[in-house]
Design a protein around this ligand. Sequence first.
Ligand code: ZN
Length: 490
Amino acid sequence: MEKFVLYNTLTRRKEEFEPIAAPNVGMYVCGPTVYGDPHLGHARPAVTFDLLFRYLRSSGYKVRYVRNITDVGHLEHDADEGEDKIAKKARLEQLEPMEIAHYYTERYHDAMRELGVLSPSIEPHASGHIIEQIEMVRRILDAGYAYESNGSIYFDVEKYDHDHRYGRLSGRNLDDIVTNTRELDGQSDKRHSYDFALWKKAAPEHIMRWPSPWSDGFPGWHMECSAMSTKYLGERFDIHGGGMDLMFPHHECEIAQSTAALGHDSAKYWVHNNMITINGQKMGKSLGNFITLEELFTGSHKLLAQAYSPMTIRFFVLQAHYRSTLDFSNEALQAAEKGLDRLMKGVETLSKIKPSDRSTADVADLERRCAEAMADDLNSPMVISALFDWVRIINQAAEGQQSFTEADLQTLRATVSKYVFDILGLRDEKAASAAGGRDMVTPLVETLLDMRMEAKAAKDWATSDKIRNRLTEIGIRVKDRKDGYDWEIE
Ligand code: ZN
């Protein structure tokens, strides 16, 4: 297993990665809330943690990767108030909430497949883990860090802060949080504005509800990740990931819940990707710059100068370090498209280079540079820069200015394939669509040539010649054989 360093948001420094039970690695990443089309904002965490998943596997670790689906408890007004987002969409579209959740889960899966994001090992749904969430709420109550109020259960932030300090991950302290939260309006059942719901009693019109010892209701949003990570990865696991926007309050609350219920934090390394901005602005529906992945793939959005392929989006994300900001613009995506094309052409050129009796460049240099870059907190832009340096050398080799022995060519091809396809997770979309085209051509041409054989057998020379001549016109050369035919595309 390869050694590497990973930036831990909790300690604010790069740390050598040492799994709790090597070679096993447990990784939990907060997944989507499924009430709308997957959008550009989903692409970055998905690609970032896919890169980490791929890198861990390629480094010899056995990874259990859990990415959840939030299908309950994500409320309209962010904190603990408002209608459930999925229930609201269901009400507007006159569907069952689970029809909404299923439909958008499928849309998310389709988009992830397009982006080359591997499926996680387990994808638990919050609504399928109500019992586990109730059990964890009970443990927090038993430990004295929660209180019941009018059928709802709230986390007692002040008591927790006194014993464990609340805000370690985001670097906030309770005083900052107090000044930044609005005052309670007297309608709330909470003791303090910064307390958060572990269980909410459902209002009569609330349709997504389950029985519990306290009320018919539903779990607070933060509960699901604590309950499901504990269930599938145990009370201590290696990596917890998500977007930086989830650090507060979501991940802060998860830490508080796990610590209150279990006596300790569950995750050893907290990893956060930075956000995507659009022309310098945060993406948001009200700003008119909200772009779905489908709109990107088809070019159907007023901000888009053209369509961008899924691999262009993936390459664009990988060109920035995951902790840096990434600004979307047509110019940046067009540059990514060109860069990806140059890289894929280099891969193709490499497959055609003929061996020589000596090598003029040290092929171990590429593996060394890529390995060092990945081992330094997943520095994908440095990997890409090393690959581009080698594309230049490969292009020189194609023109006879560099040469490689057979063994070195094999090493170079293996290294390029490992980093481009296995770790960065790119695919050659042009080659794939050309291959797809050939797959259609073959049965069509053979159907016509079988008809020509039948015509010949019936001595219908006119039809036989007509088929052959028409095929020749479109560039397909037919050669008659004793017992059939051969054909090729000219
Ligand atoms: Zn979460």
